[in-house]
Design a protein around this ligand. Structure first.
Ligand code: NAD
Length: 275
């Protein structure tokens, strides 16, 4: 029998984690899961104040040092400053959760029909959802290579990066105060995230840096009943995910529990993609 403690494989004590989009609906849960597992967490978001507040709350609740950092992941200078702040504070980065995504500040343009979709809007979304992933992975990965002690990078994708959305799910579905859909730019950006992950997993494997995609199905977060029912009817487990249920998948991927796993796509969708 081996002497290994399987429980200890999930322990993140003394690890330094960076989470982009950390102040978002799911980001807050991801940051809490990492802090509860012992990691020092940099809560990174374009919304600086909520990021700082969350970091303060996590520091108090879990007795680990956390830091809130304002950063626009689509801007190289802002990303460079983020890495500098984390390294100045803790000397290293072991874990990156590349998680930020934007819904745009103009919902009419974001949810416009494909035939009328503006190139400007497409580029705006891509600049965060895909360019942002590239810039943060590049800057943090470079730091990990310099450290020479490996690392784990997890990038959040979506089922709509691997499946087409079923437009019938959105009939009568209101969210964010309006009728919604999933625009093509979201699907294309999330498919791009998986491609970037696969590439980087092979590129950095010899440096001991693992890179995986976390693909999420719909998470229960204030959608109306009509949407929840229509969506849930398509899911083998018969419901949307709870935010806490996607955190454990992240904790597996960032920890030594998944030490031999790289270049993979972990799909947490209640079985939606199984049939
Ligand atoms: N919620 C779901 O059902 C669901 C399903 C599949 C995938 N996802 C993915 O999970 C991730 C988190 O989603 P969420 O539901 O928490 O969304 P959210 O909108 O609540 O969080 C995204 C966060 O990213 C931040 N952000 C936006 N632009 C930024 C920028 N330029 N620089 C830095 N930060 C920026 C926002 O301020 C926000 O806090 C996203 O990648 C999303 O695409 C979510």
């Amino acid at each position: 029998m081996s002497e290994i403690s399987y429980r200890a494989l999930f322990d993140l004590t003394d690890k330094v984690a960076v989470v982009t989009g950390g102040a978002g609906i799911l980001g807050q849960h991801f940051c809490a899961g990492l802090a509860e597992s012992g990691a020092k967490v940099a809560v990174v978001d374009i919304m600086e104040e909520p990021a700082r507040e969350l970091a303060k709350e996590l520091t108090e609740r879990y007795a680990v040092s956390c830091l809130g950092i304002g950063c626009d992941v689509s801007q190289p200078i802002s990303v460079a400053s983020l890495v500098r702040q984390v390294v100045d504070e803790w000397g290293k980065i072991d874990i990156l959760h590349n998680n930020a995504a934007t819904k745009s500040d103009n919902l009419d343009e974001f949810f416009a029909p494909f035939e009328d979709y503006k190139l400007e809007e497409w580029r705006k979304i891509m600049s965060v959802n895909l360019d942002g992933m590239f810039l943060v992975a590049q800057a943090v990965g470079k730091q990990m290579v310099t450290q020479g002690t490996g690392g784990s990078i997890v990038q959040t994708s979506s089922i709509y990066g691997i499946l087409a959305p079923d437009s019938r799910v959105y009939e009568g579905s209101y969210y964010l105060g309006r009728q919604i859909n999933t625009p093509a730019v979201y699907s294309a950006s999330k498919a791009g995230v998986i491609g970037l992950t696969t590439y980087l997993s092979a590129y950095w494997a010899s440096q001991g840096i693992r890179v995986n995609s976390l693909v999420l199905g719909g998470v229960d977060s204030g959608q109306n009943t009509e949407f929840k029912e229509r969506y849930s009817a398509r899911v083998p487990l018969g419901r949307m995910a709870q935010a806490t249920e996607v955190v454990s998948a992240l904790l597996y991927l960032v920890s030594d529990a998944s030490k031999y796993v790289t270049g993979q796509t972990l799909i947490v969708d209640g079985g939606l993609s199984a049939w």
